[in-house]
Design a protein around this ligand. Structure first.
Ligand SMILES: CC(C)(COP(=O)(O)OP(=O)(O)OC[C@H]1O[C@@H](n2cnc3c(N)ncnc32)[C@H](O)[C@@H]1OP(=O)(O)O)[C@@H](O)C(=O)NCCC(=O)NCCS
Length: 144
């Protein structure tokens, strides 16, 4: 938590954002699913969660490569627990590999639920690979 606050402070007080370090987990997104995101069972659609994970996963690769990225592969995706309307979802990302033009990220999703008996559960985790792309959509070097 202290490291995350330091990073937020660094980003707000200095115009040059801090670079994500490989292996360092960072909170990249928080969102609360609404009734429109639920399926017929009343749980949240897996596809909605996948879309949020895709957004969350792209944040460190975009920062690291200083530009546009696109998803090339979802290497693994596990739904461990159902997500409910009103759960506060926190998405943590860790850079696990930096290639020539690609960055692979591990994303973990935690749900904070039941305010009267507050508890946090890991609901989803995934590994995704992003490719840094130029204006024409062609791969570019991550470190360029
Ligand atoms: C991503 C894209 C630009 C890559 O173009 P490409 O000409 O195939 O590029 P390359 O074959 O040189 O691969 C680029 C990088 O992706 C990696 N890569 C390619 N396929 C991969 C896969 N299945 N899993 C993991 N990494 C993969 C390569 O290893 C390479 O990484 P490196 O440079 O770090 O070694 C192109 O495939 C594309 O536009 N795909 C559609 C992306 C998209 O629309 N995503 C949104 C979801 S619909």
């Amino acid at each position: 938590m202290k490291d995350e606050l330091l990073q937020v402070n660094a980003m707000t007080q200095d115009s040059s954002p801090v670079q994500p370090l490989a292996g360092q987990r960072e909170l990249v997104l928080r969102v609360m699913p609404m009734p429109a995101d639920a399926n017929a069972n009343g749980d949240i659609f897996g596809g909605w969660i996948m879309a949020q994970v895709d957004i969350a996963g792209s944040i460190l690769p975009a920062r690291l490569s200083r530009g546009r990225v696109t998803t090339v592969a979802v290497n693994e995706f596990v739904f461990k627990q159902p997500v409910s309307i009103g759960d506060l979802l926190s998405f943590y990302a860790t850079v696990t590999r930096v290639g020539r033009t690609s960055v692979t990220v591990h994303v973990e999703v935690f749900a904070e639920r039941d305010p009267e008996n507050l508890h946090v559960v890991k609901v989803t985790e995934a590994n995704l690979t992003y490719v840094a792309i130029d204006r024409e959509g062609k791969p570019r070097l991550v470190t360029a």
